[in-house]
Ligand binder design. Structure first.
Ligand code: AKG
Ligand code: MN
Length: 253
């Protein structure tokens, strides 16, 4: 599986080249299109890279099946705004030994070893190859059973990831919307009344982005994205099947 995946990815990455459909062979005949990374500059040193066809569909489905069956999924109780609630998706956490522990919403997930999950090692290798210079040592896994499962607005800005974490998100199964919105700025929050409303409107209107994360896609958040932006996968009535998402992160030592 690993070598097959490597081969597939080797054809796809990473430098911007001609657009899909522009490629010509030596005698001008059309060659297989090469999907290229789509870069979104969010401003202020934040950026998102989206590679819709990071993996071919068949390989991605094989991985979906393995992840679905073999990962020890749990649905923990977390604390949100001072209240206990069941997390609205299944989750699991895998990380190198000896790292600073992850804790979010009052919940400290058990860090499983990579050794039990060869499929995760394959995917990690592929992500490292696709993103030269990256180094991830942990992964948060989420399984959304249907469109009623979601992740609400948040940033992965825990100190253990440092000030400018790179987070690589690989999606399998049902496609879902992934939204980004700018965190409120201090200047807008500290003024009041009419002016505040005007400023908020002016500031917040264009500061949203939406990506449709498809089966086999990769999305990378970089720079100050966790400091300045929040992201979410909202409920969607039309999403009727399962989605599995892996976010690879680097815990700093
Ligand atoms: O499922 C996704 O696409 C995002 C998951 C996420 O943001 C997280 O686990 O922190
Ligand atoms: Mn997140």
């Amino acid at each position: 599986m690993a070598s097959r995946l490597r081969l597939l990815l080797g054809k796809r990455m990473p430098n911007p080249g001609p657009e899909v459909g522009e490629l010509k062979g030596e005698e001008g005949e059309a060659r297989k299109p090469v999907p290229r990374p789509e870069l979104t500059d969010l401003g202020g040193g934040s950026e998102v890279v989206h590679i819709p066809r990071f993996m071919d569909r068949e390989t991605a489905w094989e991985m979906f099946e393995q992840l679905d069956k073999r990962i020890p999924w749990t649905r923990p109780t977390i604390r949100v705004f001072g209240r206990s609630a069941v997390q609205p998706r299944d989750t699991c956490y895998v990380a190198d030994e000896g790292l600073t522990v992850l804790k979010y919403s009052g919940y400290q997930p058990h860090a499983h070893s990579w050794d039990g999950f060869p499929v995760l090692k394959d995917i990690l290798k592929a992500v490292h190859e696709a993103l030269p210079g990256s180094y991830f040592n942990s992964v948060v896994l989420n399984r959304y059973k249907a469109g009623s499962d979601y992740v609400s607005w948040h940033a992965d800005d825990e100190p253990l990831y440092g000030p400018t974490p790179e987070i690589a998100s690989v999606t399998f199964g049902c496609e879902r919307d992934f939204l980004l919105r700018k965190k409120p700025t201090k200047s807008a929050a500290s003024v009041s009344g009419e002016e505040a409303a005007r400023k908020r409107l002016k500031i917040s209107a264009p500061q949203q982005h939406s990506f449709l994360l498809k089966h086999g896609s990769l999305l990378v958040m970089r720079g100050h994205t966790q400091r300045d932006w929040q992201h979410a996968v909202p409920k969607r009535a039309k999403a009727t099947s399962q989605r599995i998402n892996l976010t690879f992160r680097r815990v700093l030592s």
